[in-house]
Ligand binder design. Structure first.
Ligand SMILES: [Zn+2]
Ligand SMILES: [Zn+2]
Ligand SMILES: [Zn+2]
Length: 93
């Protein structure tokens, strides 16, 4: 486990316990090696599963693509499914 500092909106310097950086070495990761996407600056929500979502301006949580990528690599599928209001732009993918 490792501690990272993230922007959760209400607490811009929240500290989360996340997986070790060695688990995602050289690969996309929402914490250690984030890609550029339209939700990059949105505040983060940590789900009980460990999945990271991003909250749009309407307060709707959209799974972070880098977090979904990590879950897919672990063989955990279907985490990109969510109640979407269209803001993340991944609808219909
Ligand atoms: Zn990582
Ligand atoms: Zn929205
Ligand atoms: Zn969405």
């Amino acid at each position: 486990m490792e501690i990272v500092t993230v922007n959760t909106g209400t607490n811009r310097e929240a500290r989360w316990r996340v997986h070790d950086a060695s688990k995602c070495k050289g690969q996309r990761c929402v914490f250690h090696n984030p890609s550029e996407h339209r939700m990059s600056s949105w505040r983060m929500i940590l789900r009980e599963t460990g999945l990271v979502e991003r909250a749009c301006m309407h307060g709707v949580g959209h799974p972070d693509p880098d977090s979904v990528d990590y879950f897919n690599r672990m063989g955990w599928k279907g985490y990109d499914v969510h109640g979407c209001d269209g803001c993340c732009g991944t609808l219909g993918k």
